[in-house]
Write a protein that binds this ligand. Structure first.
Ligand code: UDP
Length: 405
């Protein structure tokens, strides 16, 4: 008995000593972090800081009505908005000719699809053609210029609106947004996905399975990001991760342009992490890359909260998703302190974070099915076709594109 008391006392002493040692000047950061985990919630300043976020959530919820794409109520606005610059005068053949070099030229004539012979990115063209061939039966004759580069082409700073279809843009561009090729084929290839990110319908199922394997309560209370340095807007999170690894794990991976550690912010490149493995973490960061990043829609399916950084670069479906309802918005200029505050807010308001995570997931799961992508293409091209002011005639140099067997 005496020996047991002795052992307990010894253990208590040792753990006290250990805490003493942890809180030495050398470990000031660790102690501060522990303090922030346990006590921050109770300081006046912190509560006031949180109030700002709580008010934004309340305001967003008050004004929000969830859309339902089965009733076509999610994406019609974006089609209307993107086509509005062409509404008054329509789209003339001259406008098509003037824009021709900025994308791949397609024609739909008599329910058949034709394309100029060469395509800059064949897999991307194939990813687009899959959908065009699906909806073609219902469409009038039309000419189309489809940009397969990442970057949009019709800037409002350079002349009039050009009728060019692009997968992503900011509000400074007139481009008409279409669902990216990567929903079907031609997505980014990384070492984990050497043939490109898998088809969206298949990936949806995989992510759904991963998210049910790891319920919210079992996820790590941490921010997470893995990706290459396609935009410096990602730097502050990576730096925060180096300073406060208990809060966030954000590291740069190599991409094809990588030459030295300089391209991964002076650290060795990290290994890539599959999108399914992202589901281990509660707070998943999305950033723009060259344009919008393809990871965006995948992250939601983890049932984790998406911290969406910046609001400039969009894909067609972003407009139907609302800050504080479906995701936590983060300023593109957020410094490390701001990023830390937001992560701490989510850690200390777990029910709210979970609510946002689940709403975001349900939005993507219910409204961004492969069927919705096809439906969007159909509505977009039907509306676009009505704007042509001329009757297109088949160009001899084009090749017919047929369904792959
Ligand atoms: N990606 C991934 N795991 C990684 C790194 C990248 O799944 O560890 C995926 C990511 O989701 C994105 C694509 O690879 O869809 C390209 O990512 P990157 O950060 O290189 O470029 P981005 O397109 O985001 O600018």
């Amino acid at each position: 008995m005496l020996r047991l008391v002795y052992i307990i006392l010894l253990t208590l002493f040792a753990s006290g000593l250990c805490e003493e040692q942890f809180c030495s000047a050398d470990s000031a950061d660790f102690c501060k972090n522990n303090e922030s985990d346990n006590q921050k919630l109770y300081t006046k300043a912190t509560n006031e800081g949180y109030q700002k976020y709580l008010t934004m959530i309340q305001d967003a919820e008050q004004n929000h009505k969830e859309c339902n794409n089965i009733k076509n109520s999610c994406f019609s606005d974006v089609i209307r908005r993107d086509l509005s610059p062409f509404k008054k005068k329509g789209i003339s053949e001259e406008m098509i000719v003037a824009a021709k070099t900025r994308g791949t030229f397609y024609q739909i004539i008599g329910g058949k699809l034709y394309r100029e012979k060469d395509c800059m990115f064949p897999a991307r063209c194939a990813g687009i053609e899959h959908f065009l061939l699906k909806v073609i039966g219902n469409l009038s004759d039309m000419d189309l210029i489809i940009n397969t580069r990442d970057y949009p082409q019709s800037s409002e700073y350079f002349g009039n609106a050009m009728p060019i279809f692009s997968f992503s843009k900011t509000s400074q561009y007139y481009d008409i947004m279409y669902p990216a090729w990567a929903f079907w084929e031609g997505g980014p290839a990384i070492s984990l996905y050497p043939r490109g990110l898998d088809r969206w319908d298949r990936h949806r199922k995989l992510l759904n399975k991963s998210s049910s394997d790891i319920p919210w309560e079992k996820k790590e209370n941490k921010g997470f990001f893995r990706g290459s340095r396609t935009s410096s807007e990602r730097d502050n999170l990576v730096l925060l991760s180096r300073n406060k690894p208990h809060l966030v794990d954000a590291q740069y991976t190599k991409n094809q342009a990588w030459k030295s550690d300089e391209d991964t912010l002076h650290a060795a490149p990290a290994s890539e992490v599959s999108l399914e493995s992202h589901c281990t973490y509660k707070y998943l960061f999305n950033f723009r890359g060259v344009a919008a990043s393809f990871r965006h829609k995948h992250l939601f399916l983890c049932h984790s909260v998406v911290f969406h950084v910046g609001d400039e670069w969009t894909e067609f479906y972003y407009y139907a998703m609302k800050p504080w309802i479906h995701y936590i918005p983060v300023s593109k200029n957020a410094d490390q302190k701001e990023l830390e505050d937001l992560i701490e807010f989510a850690r200390n308001n777990d029910d709210l974070a979970k609510k946002i995570a689940y709403r975001g997931r349900d939005f993507i799961w219910n409204n961004l099915r492969m069927l919705d992508i096809t439906k969007f293409w159909k509505q977009l091209l039907k509306s676009y076709g009505k704007l042509l002011t001329y009757k297109p005639v088949l160009k001899k140099s084009l090749v017919q594109i047929e369904k792959k067997q």
